[in-house]
Write a protein that binds this ligand. Structure first.
Ligand SMILES: Nc1ncnc2c1ncn2[C@@H]1O[C@H](COP(=O)(O)OP(=O)(O)O)[C@@H](O)[C@H]1O
Ligand SMILES: CC(=O)N[C@@H](CCC(=O)OP(=O)(O)O)C(=O)O
Length: 294
């Protein structure tokens, strides 16, 4: 056997204790819009999810698609506006958000996983009464004046009810759920939910063993751009308050904190632009990214 074959075999053997630890456990993987787009990365991601399912682990994929929504809005001559990392969403925008997220992106990911020989099923919060949302009640503190301001984000929602019936059913089946962060309200409206927030709510409801957030940066970075390997909840809050964490990283880190509060055992923000990031994180010693702990 060559050295390189032996190394590969060692790597496979190294996965065994991790596979045993995660057997029958649920892992929620949030696949961010920035981590998509590259064909090889997409295929590697799909293969990782397929391999988890084949290993007796229960993966649930929640995806985003912020940049893809932005591109479609631009095509239609609609400007994107964000406040506190969330897209200000009027009636026209929410229709496009649903079309892009629950339509094209969702089916693209389903097709990628199915091409690896698995059975993925595309869903959104509307399916099986899985998630109900309410209009988001968001406030932000202006970093200069320190004055708190209530945001009106239109049809941006927060998940308020999660019913795990359908997810439990799928966990016992061959199916891998791939979920778009769109949900109905009890008021009959359709809400656009930040994909991180949505993934955190799902992870909390199913008491996931791990929730991974795949993005386009190595994890949470400090003021000098260096990766922070581990963050306590209190440290994370301080970095949001002092502006080190900004933009889309705000809902991501807030979600991590909420997921931990809801009993999710481990939450990691990592670079989805690294090939096989999911396998490296879960099944090898080479855990990457920022681990957020209580
Ligand atoms: N302290 C920070 N560390 C890392 N990224 C940060 C930080 N503050 C802001 N960001 C921004 O957050 C982005 C990740 O959030 P987002 O764009 O919503 O990603 P995704 O689409 O993957 O959910 C990064 O690309 C970076 O521009
Ligand atoms: C309310 C809100 O901001 N919703 C997001 C939903 C998609 C998302 O979160 O995608 P990423 O994970 O790729 O950022 C949006 O409209 O862009």
């Amino acid at each position: 056997m060559t050295d390189s074959a032996a190394m590969q075999a060692n790597l496979l053997a190294e996965a065994l204790p991790f596979m045993q630890a995660y057997e029958n456990k649920t892992v929620v993987v949030k696949y961010g819009g920035h981590a998509m787009g590259d064909q090889a990365l997409g295929r590697a991601f799909a293969r990782d999810i397929a391999l988890l399912k084949q290993s007796g682990i229960n993966p649930i994929v929640v995806h985003g698609g912020g940049p893809q929504i932005g591109a479609m809005l631009t095509k239609m001559g609609i400007e994107s506006r964000f406040e506190g990392g969330l897209r200000v969403t009027d009636q026209r925008t929410v229709e496009i958000v649903e079309m892009v997220l629950a339509g094209s992106i969702n089916k693209e990911i389903v097709a990628l996983i199915n091409a690896e020989g698995e059975w993925a099923i595309g869903l959104c919060g509307k399916d099986g009464n899985m998630v109900f949302a309410e209009k988001a009640k968001k406030t932000i503190v202006d970093p200069d004046s320190r004055i708190e301001r209530v945001l009106d984000l239109g049809y941006v929602g927060e998940p308020v009810e999660v019913d795990r019936t359908l997810l439990d059913l799928l966990a016992r089946s061959e199916m891998i759920p791939v979920i778009a962060p769109v949900a109905p309200g009890r008021d009959g409206a359709t809400y656009n939910i930040n994909a991180d927030t949505f993934a955190g709510a799902i992870a909390g409801a199913v008491q996931a063993a791990r929730c991974l957030f795949l993005t386009d940066v190595p994890g949470v970075l400090d003021r000098d751009g260096q990766l922070i390997k581990e963050l306590s909840v209190a440290q994370a809050r301080a970095l949001i308050a002092d502006g080190t964490i900004s933009g889309g990283m705000i809902p991501k880190v807030e979600t991590c904190i909420e997921a931990i509060d809801r009993g999710v055992q481990g939450v990691v923000i990592l670079n989805g632009k690294v090939l096989h990031a999911v396998l490296l994180e879960l099944l090898t010693e080479h855990g990457a990214g920022t681990l957020i702990v209580p």
